[in-house]
Design a protein around this ligand. Structure first.
Ligand SMILES: Nc1ncnc2c1ncn2[C@@H]1O[C@H](COP(=O)(O)OP(=O)(O)OP(=O)(O)O)[C@@H](O)[C@H]1O
Ligand SMILES: [Mg+2]
Length: 248
């Protein structure tokens, strides 16, 4: 079982859109896939037509070992794709992990799932928290969407710094350009001549596309909105690269 995560401490960069589309494509390619919506906002759950889980004190019970992760899994409308929906208490997961948890809690939660899944996709909230630390440590590969702007370079450098500080191998962090709008000069510049810090970025990039925005309204992956659209093809390309990097 491979574990991949979509992370960036910056919000609104396309983490959730990528996590949902990549999980959908992985499942479509026959890999039993679990998407864990770790963000209390519940956007990934929403995109998959699910409602966040509103009952009980999940985060507290999870950390105390009273709720096995398996019990939180739900099937989705798509074959081979399951979901752990967001839960409002995930907002407190950081505090809970600090208080009652240990440093390899997330890894331990995921371990028993290896018989059922070939891939786990973690959709993370935008932060550099205790949860982020565990996500970065647990994931085999971390994919980092970056909007082409100079300010975005800052958050990428901060993520690298955080990883080094926590003794996490930075080689597992893979930036890719997201929300690329070719009408913007700086976007074109970064696409054609990326700054040194992005020299090792992934080849694929996700264009700015209204079809991705429509995921919120249609509540499904982009391939289900228009299967040959530029956005759907871009996620296909990204999936191929992720598959190779993750040896799936
Ligand atoms: N390629 C794209 N083209 C156009 N709009 C996009 C694209 N990717 C994402 N969006 C839109 O941008 C917003 C943020 O996207 P998304 O939720 O995927 O980002 P995020 O990084 O997960 O945000 P957060 O940090 O809040 O979790 C959403 O409204 C989404 O519809
Ligand atoms: Mg998100």
């Amino acid at each position: 079982m491979r574990i991949i995560a979509f992370h960036n401490l910056k919000g609104g960069v396309g983490k959730t859109a990528a996590a949902v589309n990549i999980a959908y494509l992985a499942a479509g390619h026959g890999i039993p896939t679990l998407l864990w919506d770790l963000d209390a906002q519940g956007a990934a759950s929403w995109y998959l037509g699910e409602t966040p889980d509103l009952v009980g004190e999940k985060a507290a019970k999870l950390v105390k070992g009273k709720t096995p992760v398996g019990r939180m899994i739900r099937p989705t409308a798509y074959d081979k794709l399951d979901l752990i929906p967001a839960h409002p208490s995930f907002r407190n997961l950081d505090l809970r992990l600090e208080k009652d948890g240990n440093d390899h809690m997330l890894k331990d939660w995921l371990k028993p799932l290896s018989e059922d899944y070939g891939l786990v996709v973690l959709d993370c909230p935008p932060s550099l928290s205790k949860l982020a630390e565990q996500v970065l440590a647990t994931a085999d590969q971390v994919f980092v969407p970056i909007i082409p702007s100079w300010l975005s370079m800052n958050s990428w450098e901060q993520l690298l710094h955080f990883a080094r500080e926590k003794k996490i191998k930075t080689a597992k962090l893979h930036p890719f350009l997201s929300l690329v709008d070719r009408r913007k000069k700086v976007h074109l510049e970064m696409l054609n001549a990326p700054p040194q810090a992005l020299k090792n970025r992934m080849r694929s990039f996700i264009p700015y596309a209204s079809d991705v925005e429509k995921m919120g309204e249609n509540r499904c992956p982009v391939a289900r909105i228009r299967s040959r659209s530029p956005a759907a093809l871009a996620y296909e390309m990204l999936w191929k690269e992720i598959r190779k990097i993750s040896r799936l």
